[in-house]
Design a protein around this ligand. Structure first.
Ligand code: CA
Length: 523
């Protein structure tokens, strides 16, 4: 070949590569607004994320989830306003309490006409997707693409309901082979790869894990085989200090041991039967605890691996700088504390949410934020980052400034909690309360008020509880009515009323509840 001709070919080749390269970059870089990757798990407690350095810090490592905190910030006092899947998710989407959206219990639907972070971001120039666990019953709105599990979904070979097929409330959908956490991640990366790419993206990547029952991936079957998981101080708590409103209720380890032994609805327990024959109650509790925790931690191991996979994808595609990454859960979870599994209670293990965020151009790596934040504030933070005006009826507050160490002077010092779902099967009575940095006051009213999914006729005793969280962080000593606490009790009751007024809790719609409150306020 003529030397000049081959040089020409070489130059033409280089030019082509540059043009393609430039076009490829341009496609991604026209987005001025940041991409938002919202990773949310189901029932993942901060306890089992190693960056929180809590109870399981010596047992579990979550290097990939930790990476978000190491390169960004971590919230140390983030709380859920109603510790159960559907209501928490509705609050996260809408920035409103359940009494505003009508999502009080697990059985209430998010209304399709409701404005959410997704509908607002979509209207304001975002390409949006929701992949994984949805659990708000109605068809997801505001998403260019969705692929969601029906209800709780399956851990193995799950089916998904997807954009483009008729929305139904049944369990049918498109089946994917594999383990659910891997499948949700792969589908998310696939969407990222195939999106138009002109607009910034908002991706809600919602894992089913580590919701019960805790079915781990086959590759993690023997993880923790040789480990004894440390027990919490309150595993065999003597609950006589509690009020009658809570003392004898709750899903406890004894109950779980029976379920692990018997299975349910004619099916064996999914990760194998626990042999409890001949054991004392204390031995059963200890054995169920070990099995529960090992199953749970194995499920978490797959989440951490998959978070790592997503972060590596962002690395490879050069998306780190302009992509906000959040890791959170829809609430906390009891891992044997107070002998409980499950959530629902206002006690700290289920109240506290993990929240880690990375935004390299704004948030200093390794930051910690001790301000009081709730899931009511998430929607407004997202809209703030997305440059979208917050609708007047949203009830939270963006904590963008808090994340860079510039906490507004009038920032909230307390939060309002309300668990409405008085359901006999869950054994958790309806209650509301207030938490400050130092104290928690709880009122158990124990009535379903005719709400969806509540058990009519299952009424439980009324009771107040008060905890001094500085001196008793594990809530092992209810001091309501004890001498020396009159003043703080009075102040907290005033604060509770102030928050109910501020958030417009519709007590007038529940005359029976109003009567119970009136009759018991000063008891
Ligand atoms: Ca949940």
């Amino acid at each position: 070949m003529n030397k000049n001709y081959s040089t020409l070919l070489f130059i033409a080749g280089l030019l082509t590569i540059q043009i393609i390269g430039f076009a490829g970059c341009k496609k991604k870089e026209t987005a001025k607004k940041p991409n938002i990757l919202w990773i949310m798990c189901d029932d993942h407690t901060a306890n089992t994320i190693s960056s929180y350095k809590m109870r399981f810090a010596d047992v579990i490592e979550t290097p990939n989830i930790d990476r978000i905190a190491n390169e960004g910030a971590m919230l140390n006092n983030c709380y859920v306003t109603n510790s159960i899947c559907t209501p928490s998710r509705a609050t996260i989407m809408t920035g409103k309490y359940g009494h505003k959206t009508g999502v009080y219990t697990l059985w209430d639907d998010l209304k399709v006409e409701d404005e959410t972070v997704a509908t607002l971001l979509q209207k304001n120039g975002y390409e949006t997707a929701m992949i994984g666990k949805w659990h708000l019953h109605t068809q997801p709105q505001g998403f260019d693409y969705y692929s969601v599990l029906p209800g709780q979904g399956l851990y193995h070979n799950p089916v998904f309901k997807e954009t483009g097929t008729k929305w139904t409330t049944g369990k049918e959908g498109k089946k994917y082979n594999g383990y659910v956490t891997d499948v949700i991640t792969d589908n998310s990366l696939n969407w990222l790869d195939n999106r138009e790419g002109v607009k910034p993206f908002f991706l809600m990547l919602h894992h089913k894990a580590p919701h019960g029952l805790w079915e781990y991936a086959e590759r993690h079957e023997h993880l923790y085989d040789e480990v004894t998981i440390p027990e919490p101080e309150s595993l065999n708590e003597d609950k006589t200090h509690r009020s009658e409103g809570s003392r004898t209720f709750g899903r406890d380890m004894l109950n779980l041991s029976q379920r692990m032994y018997e299975g349910k609805r004619g099916k064996d327990y999914p990760t194998g039967k626990l042999d409890i024959e001949g054991m004392s109650d204390e031995e059963r509790i200890a054995a169920a605890y070990q099995k529960y925790l090992k199953d749970y931690l194995r499920v978490v191991a797959a989440i951490d691996e998959n978070v790592g996979k997503v972060l590596e994808y962002l690395d490879e595609k050069g998306l780190n700088e302009n992509t906000i990454v959040v890791y959170t859960s829809d609430q906390g979870m009891f891992l044997g504390e107070h002998s409980y599994y499950d959530k629902r209670w206002i006690y700290d293990e289920s109240l506290k949410m993990p929240f880690l965020i990375r935004k390299p151009d704004e948030i200093k790596a390794g930051s910690q934020c001790d301000d009081m934040i709730t899931n009511l504030d998430f929607a407004e933070l997202i809209l703030d980052y997305g440059g979208v005006t917050v609708p007047n009826d949203m009830q939270g507050k963006s904590f963008r400034k808090n994340l860079i160490g510039k906490t507004p002077e009038d920032w909230q010092q307390s939060m309002y909690y309300h668990y409405w779902m008085q359901f006999e099967g869950s054994e958790v009575p309806a209650h509301f309360g207030v938490r400050t940095h130092d104290y928690k006051l709880i009122f158990f009213y124990g009535r379903g008020m005719g709400l969806n999914g509540t058990t009519e006729g299952w009424n439980t005793p009324i009771g107040w509880e008060l905890y001094d969280l500085k001196n008793d962080p594990n809530e092992m000593n209810n001091i309501y009515g004890k001498s020396g606490y009159d003043q703080i009790t009075k102040e907290l009751k005033t604060e509770l009323k102030r928050l109910q007024t501020k958030y417009e809790v519709n007590l007038e719609d529940f005359p029976e509840l109003q009567t119970i409150i009136n009759e018991n306020w000063n008891k």
